[in-house]
Design a protein around this ligand. Structure first.
Ligand SMILES: [Fe+2]
Ligand SMILES: [Fe+2]
Length: 138
């Protein structure tokens, strides 16, 4: 099956750790979309995928946060706030009595938005600075 969301070379930052995590997010969203083909049959798998997707995304955001500190990244406050807001939104999905299908769709939407907005607004610039600082350190 072809991927619904295609990974683009524009998303490559040259930072292996970040690129691998971003690719993983893409892969998870595509796998989740495949499960939508039969929501009754794949009900349990959708619920499991929600947990793994959420875990991977939150872990990724925290990892970026740690890198801000470790490499003293400039203008990190706004980026940090964007991550905090995103984590809050994701966690809020659980506060409502949403069906797992709706949570799955909202999660996919959040991640797709991450790549269309957050990535170009924050990640790209941050990783450019990070790559420079990492190459100096090694
Ligand atoms: Fe990121
Ligand atoms: Fe980010």
């Amino acid at each position: 099956m072809t991927d619904v969301f295609e990974w683009k070379t524009d998303f490559v930052t040259g930072n292996t750790l970040i690129d691998d995590e971003h690719k993983q997010l893409f892969q998870q969203v595509n796998e989740l979309y495949e499960l939508f083909s039969d929501t009754k049959k794949y009900h349990d798998q959708i619920s499991e995928k929600i947990i793994s997707l959420k875990t991977i995304l939150i872990k990724h955001l925290y990892e970026e946060n740690e890198l801000f500190e470790k490499y003293n990244i400039s203008e990190k406050e706004e980026h940090l706030k964007a991550h905090t807001d995103l984590i809050k939104i994701i966690n809020e999905f659980e506060n409502y009595n949403f069906s797992s299908l709706l949570v799955a769709l909202l999660l996919c939407d959040t991640i797709i938005n991450y790549f269309s907005e957050h990535f170009s607004k924050y990640d790209k610039k941050f990783i450019l600075e990070l790559n420079k600082k990492m190459s100096i350190k090694t």
